[in-house]
Design a protein around this ligand. Structure first.
Ligand SMILES: [Zn+2]
Length: 256
């Protein structure tokens, strides 16, 4: 069985002391690749170090996370764009709009999101979208920017059937399913049955969102089989079928 974790912040401080052990545990658990979405300019060096130490296993992505968008966002965008010229990246992410933590910079977040969607089209890369309390805002931007060159994933999807159908109407997008699918009041388990396995990718969002029964602990890619098993149970298929479909989806989306 092969699984791909399409969303891990393995390069952050939470893994400073045992990063290589966490990777060994992931490999033992059947995880054959890990996608690393960036956070901001300050995280690029550790992102690149982690990727360089694990070539062909950890795939770095570059973007400015919505919670890192402040008044000086133009400086951050400049550093991101400069970095694109220097190294190979597999996606633009993570990007999006987050209205859960702070709505002060909603206009800046929206502008930065749109700008990075345009960058993705320019570079022919998929996008990793973070949408928290912001589906309407995200949709109004993507509705305007969508074309056959824009593809990606709505990571840690927690919307309802309306949001799922809207994402599917883009034709070129997947939904990322993570630990929330195991939460009693997460709501994702109820929507999942209406989803198409050919549009789902797996993710942990490490170090966050550990699946039950590890909720509250630091998350890592080795927990991905718990999520795959939960999805298999809900679809009433084997975990191998979930692994095969989601791995194929992830490989196609990220070109790995
Ligand atoms: Zn993330």
């Amino acid at each position: 069985m092969q699984l791909i974790d399409t969303h891990s912040h393995l390069f952050t401080d939470e893994f400073t002391h045992d990063r290589s052990e966490a990777i060994a545990r992931a490999k033992d658990a059947g995880v054959s690749g890990i996608i690393l979405p960036n956070i901001d300019c300050g995280s690029i060096q550790s992102l690149l170090n982690t990727a360089a130490e694990n070539v062909g296993y950890c795939y770095p992505c570059l973007g400015l996370h919505p919670t890192s968008v402040k008044a000086n966002y133009q400086d951050d965008l400049k550093c991101i764009e400069e970095e694109f010229k220097k190294n190979r990246y597999f996606a633009i992410g993570e990007i999006g709009i987050d209205l859960y933590w702070d709505t002060t910079f909603i206009n800046e977040q929206t502008e930065v999101f749109r700008y990075q969607l345009k960058l993705a089209k320019k570079y022919g890369l998929p996008v990793i979208i973070h949408s928290r309390n912001s589906f309407n805002e995200i949709f109004s931007v993507v509705d305007q920017e969508i074309d056959q060159n824009l593809k990606g994933v709505f990571h840690s999807f927690t919307g309802g059937i309306y949001e799922y159908n809207h994402i599917m109407s883009y034709k070129t997008f997947y939904v990322g399913i993570g630990g929330v699918v195991t939460y009693k009041n997460g709501g994702v388990d109820k929507v999942l049955k209406n989803m198409d396995l050919s549009r789902i990718v797996l993710e942990t969002d490490s170090p966050y969102l550990s699946p039950v029964p590890l909720r509250g602990k630091r998350n890592e890619s080795a927990n991905l089989p718990i999520i795959a098993q939960k999805i298999a149970d809900l679809f009433e298929v084997s975990i191998e079928q979930v692994a095969k479909a989601t791995t194929q989806n992830a490989k196609q989306l990220f070109d790995i």
